[in-house]
Every structure is written in C-alpha cells, then in structure tokens.
Design a protein around this ligand. Structure first.
Ligand code: AMP
Ligand code: TRP
Length: 341
C-alpha cells in the first residue's frame, strides 16, 4: 500500500503506455518494455497501446492497426502475460478520454506551455500542431490516474509528463478536498533509460527518426542488427579504460551503455572487458550480443503476428478487465464534481 501526503492508501498498481506509431526500437525495449515484466510479480499491471496519443500526429489507418498489434506482440514476446496483466489499446476504454476532459479543466495553460515534448514534436510551426498534441499530457495523466496507478515505468524522456500527472492529482485532490488520486511515482529503471541514436549520440533513439540506420527496430532481422551496429557512428579513438573516459564521447558512451544493458553489466564492467580495444572489435561483439538477445523475441513476435485475430481477442479481454477498474473511478470523479448521475 502506498500512502499519499494526506494519509489515503492506494493498492500497488502499475500503468504504462507505448504509442503504436512506427517501429518499436531498442530504446523502447531497454528504457521501458523490459522493465514492465518483473513488476507483474508485485503489482496489478495495466499495459496499454496508447492509440489515441498516436493520432496526435498523422497516422495512416492501416499502419495504426498494424502497429497496435505489433506493440501487443512485442509486449508478450518480452514476457508480459495477458493472464496476469491487462493488455489493451486505449481507445477501447472510453473512460480514458472522459477523464482526460476533466483533466483539461484541471491543468493550467502555463503547465502545458512548459512541456518540452510538445515543443520538440510541434517543431517550428507551432500554429499547425494539433490541439491534441498540446493536450497530450492531460490524456496521459488520465491514463495513469484512471487506475489510481502508484507507479509508472518509463524512459527518462517521460519524467516531465509524470511530474505534470502529480500536479494534476494534487490540484484535483486539493480543489475538491477529497483524496481521490495518489501521487504517482515514476520508475525510471536500469542503465539504459535514454538510449541514443546510432547516427548521433546526442539525439534520442526514436521511432520517428527519418534514418532507419539511427535505430535498431525490434523487427530487424539478425543481419540488419549486426549491420546497423557496424555502421554506427563512433569517434576514431579506442574505448577508454574507465567510465570517466567516456565523458564527452556520446557515441562511445551510448554503445557501451547498450552493451551493458543487454549483457546485464554495469558500464564499469563493460570497460573492464573492452577498455583499450578499438571499435573494430567492440562493434561485432555488440552486434552478436544484440542478435542473441533480440533474435528470439523477434521470432516470437513474428509467430504471434501471424494470427492477428488472436491478438485482437487478447486486447478486447484486457480492455474488459481495465474497464472494471476504470468505470468506478470515473464514477467517483463525476460524483465528486457534482455531475448528475
Ligand atoms: P514512445 O515510443 O514514445 O511511445 O515511448 C514508449 C516508452 O519507451 C516510454 O516509456 C519512453 O520513455 C521509452 N523510450 C522511448 N524511446 C526511448 C529511448 N531512446 N531510450 C529509453 N527509453 C525510451
Ligand atoms: N507519452 C508516452 C511516450 O511517448 C506514452 C504514454 C501515454 C504513457 N500514456 C502513458 C506512458 C501513460 C506511461 C504512462 O512514451
């Protein structure tokens, strides 16, 4: 049980979401999905394909459908068990958007104006960004608080959105004088909370990067994985002997971090093994390790994706489970607000 500042207790519950847009990357896997698995032992877990977040930017309908199944398959191939966790897509649970509207009325414009993900995604011509892209973080807060989730495993880039979620929960509880929502904790786990692009060590590895060589996709075959690591940008120096020697060498730091995350080693342990060696030796070792870890997952995804009907049935069942928790919470919120029921 988790107590918030006012003393209310909340059952240990986890929510996390991944957008079904583009290809899932090694960043999604190491920064998020991999960390979802052990939480199934300690928490009630809800893992969601956030399709309504995906449409804040243009999505081809057929690709959106395919990407939703693809994320579901990746979740299960990574070890999420639909008999223990609710796996579902966001649009199947209408309470997300209903609570999202309430939160649009709780969050302040000034709060949203500070969100860096909006600034990055909207780019230079902000007038042309969708209203949904701007309101994205209030829907995200609704995803989480609809289940009164106490913890949310995410990569580093989502920290600011989690802070906003806490601000919304706190303001809601204060304004209506009721402890409806917990102050959710972000779980930013492991050494690979920010996996960087293979073409530019200062940029996040992203599904939306125009260069496919910048990322490892979870669907890449073994040869492609090895090739992409071989072509990864590096500097001409050999690997340093110590972790401190990685400072100012973002590409080397990133590859060492990826190796460590895949091997279950700290960066210091990776340096002990490879320090002083050139990238000519390190990159193939990294490629082999990645193929060994990701290859079987890819095979399992492919097997599941051969039967989309089965995946859709799992998502429908997950949505039913989710609604059992979500509907009473939305009811409670509407009652607190004084909406006639
Ligand atoms: P998204 O692809 O934006 O829906 O992200 C889904 C999850 O993956 C979130 O928890 C992100 O924080 C995480 N994530 C995305 N890209 C990276 C990355 N390059 N490194 C670490 N985590 C990431
Ligand atoms: N904003 C997250 C991302 O881009 C996806 C997301 C939506 C999410 N709702 C969430 C993550 C709720 C955690 C919890 O990665």
């Amino acid at each position: 049980m988790m107590s918030d500042e006012m003393g209310a207790t909340f059952a240990p519950r986890v929510f996390s979401g991944v957008q079904p847009s583009g290809q899932l990357t090694l960043g999604n896997y190491l920064g998020a999905i991999r960390n979802f698995v052990p939480l199934q032992d300690t928490h009630t877990c809800m893992y969601c394909m956030v399709d309504l977040h995906a449409i804040t930017v243009w999505q081809e309908p057929q690709e959106l459908t395919a990407a939703t199944r693809h994320v579901a398959a990746a979740f299960m191939a990574a070890g999420l068990d639909p008999s223990r966790s609710a796996l579902f897509n966001q649009s199947m649970v209408p309470e997300h958007t209903q609570l999202g509207w309430v939160f649009n009325c709780v969050a302040r414009l000034g709060w949203l104006n500070r969100m860096t993900q909006f600034k990055e995604k909207a780019g230079k011509d902000r007038e042309k960004a969708s209203v949904g892209l701007y309101a994205y973080p209030t829907l995200m807060a609704a995803d989480i608080l609809l289940y009164k989730a106490t913890a949310v495993p995410v990569g580093e880039d989502q920290k600011q959105h989690l802070e906003l979620t806490r601000d919304i929960a706190q303001k809601f509880n204060n304004d209506w004088g009721r402890e409806v929502f917990p102050l959710t904790e972000p779980l930013i786990l492991g050494d690979a909370t920010r996996v960087m692009s293979l073409r530019d060590g200062t940029k996040k590895m992203s599904k939306s990067d125009p260069s496919d060589l910048s990322r490892i996709n979870l669907t890449d075959d073994r040869d492609t994985i090895a090739k992409k690591f071989k072509k990864a940008k590096t500097d001409p120096e050999p690997l340093p002997e110590t972790v401190e020697g990685l400072t100012g060498r973002p590409e080397a730091d990133n590859l060492v971090g990826i190796y460590g995350a895949l091997a279950g080693l700290s960066k210091a342990e990776v340096m002990a093994q490879f320090g002083g060696q050139g990238f000519g030796a390190f990159k193939p070792a990294l490629g082999d390790l990645a193929v060994e870890k990701l290859g079987p997952m890819r095979d399992e995804m492919e097997r599941m994706l051969a039967d989309p009907g089965e995946i859709d049935a799992i998502l429908r069942k997950g949505a039913e489970q989710a609604r059992e928790i979500a509907a009473p919470v939305l009811d409670e919120v509407y009652e607190v607000l004084g909406l006639v029921r």
